[in-house]
Design a protein around this ligand. Structure first.
Ligand code: DLZ
Length: 217
């Protein structure tokens, strides 16, 4: 079997993630496994793709079922915030133009206001730009119990996450393990009990997020 006959083949593209803003939403059920997956995703994005750690926003929710709702709301908030910011900047520029057009031209005897910068253009501390999220990773670990709970949550979460991506236009990565027992989950977070601890799937989700965020589609 070739190296990539099974599993994810790395993209051939050279990807620069240094300008990306990524949201990770994760559940707190099976927290030790979730934490390892979140770390795998973050490390891959920062170390392999140059995403700045301050541009990775992490939000926890109770369990996997809450992931789609939280992801959708946070995406909408980030989109609204950046629209507001653009509107503010546009207003400020329009006010500045008005000020400039209506100000009397400074003369040799003018001592004050016309030569003084208007309040809309000076003095304010530079604002940190918080743009919309370029991609979102939803991370959760579902482990089958003795009731049908597992099946219902798996179904709802997978459909919900798909819908959030399609409805918002922001790529949303499906970082949810749906495991039949604890060992399956541990191995997929590189926490397995054997000599081979397994592979941390969070790394693949980090790579998928950066790739989807930078695809020109
Ligand atoms: C209720 C429940 C169960 C039984 N199992 C899991 C699980 O394995 N992983 C997980 O992330 N969440 C689980 N939950 C919690 C639900 O996702 C959800 O938080 C609650 O049903 C409240 O809506």
């Amino acid at each position: 079997m070739t190296d990539f006959a099974k599993g994810l083949k790395a993209s051939d593209a050279t990807i620069d993630g240094s300008n990306l803003r990524i949201l990770i939403v994760h559940g707190r059920w099976n927290a030790a496994i979730v934490d390892a997956l979140v770390t795998g995703a973050k490390d891959t994005m920062t170390q392999r793709y140059g995403v700045q750690s301050q541009n990775i926003i992490v939000q926890s929710v109770p369990g996997a079922y809450e992931l789609p709702f939280a992801a959708q709301r946070l995406i909408q908030q980030s989109q609204q915030r950046s629209q507001d910011l653009i509107a503010n900047v546009t207003d400020s520029m329009a006010n500045l133009m008005d000020d400039l057009m209506s100000s009397p031209k400074p003369t040799a005897t003018t001592t004050g206001s016309a030569a003084t910068p208007s309040s809309s253009s000076g003095g304010a501390a530079p604002r940190k730009l918080q743009g919309p999220f370029d991609a979102v990773i939803c991370i959760g670990v579902l482990i089958k119990g003795s009731t049908m709970h597992f099946e219902y949550i798996c179904e709802a979460v997978s459909h919900g996450i798909t819908r959030v991506g399609l409805d918002t236009g922001v790529p949303v990565i499906f970082g949810v393990l749906t495991c039949l027992d604890d060992d399956q989950a541990l191995e997929r977070a590189a926490l397995g009990k054997g000599a081979d601890k397994g592979h941390n799937h969070g790394e693949d989700w980090g790579a998928a997020a950066v790739e989807m965020a930078t695809l020109k589609l």
